[in-house]
Design a protein around this ligand. Structure first.
Ligand code: ZN
Ligand code: ZN
Length: 91
């Protein structure tokens, strides 16, 4: 297999990654925990805790997905929003 072909296939198989919109790329989401007043606490407070982002599993980035659910790969260019298959269908 030639070098060009290899590179082509790599681009075809590598999904475009983008910052997760759920956690803004941090990999974690804050959530509030209500700690009500108790014997050891004078007043109830709201604590903020971090949780691993479910959308990106804590990676902070996710594959850009086409409307059909397939990942958009690098072969389509950085700004592409449709997968190769869908792009071919509209031609
Ligand atoms: Zn996330
Ligand atoms: Zn598609």
């Amino acid at each position: 297999m030639g070098k060009m072909k290899e590179e082509f296939m790599r681009l075809q198989e590598t999904p475009i990654m983008e910052a997760c919109s759920e956690c803004q790329g941090t990999g974690g989401v804050e959530y509030e925990v209500a700690r009500p007043q108790s014997f050891s606490r004078d007043v109830g407070v709201i604590d903020v805790e971090m949780e691993v982002c479910e959308t990106c599993s804590g990676d902070g980035e996710i594959e850009r997905l086409c409307d059909c659910g397939e990942p958009v790969t690098l072969i389509m260019g950085q700004d592409a929003e449709v997968c190769e298959e869908c792009a071919n269908e509209t031609v």
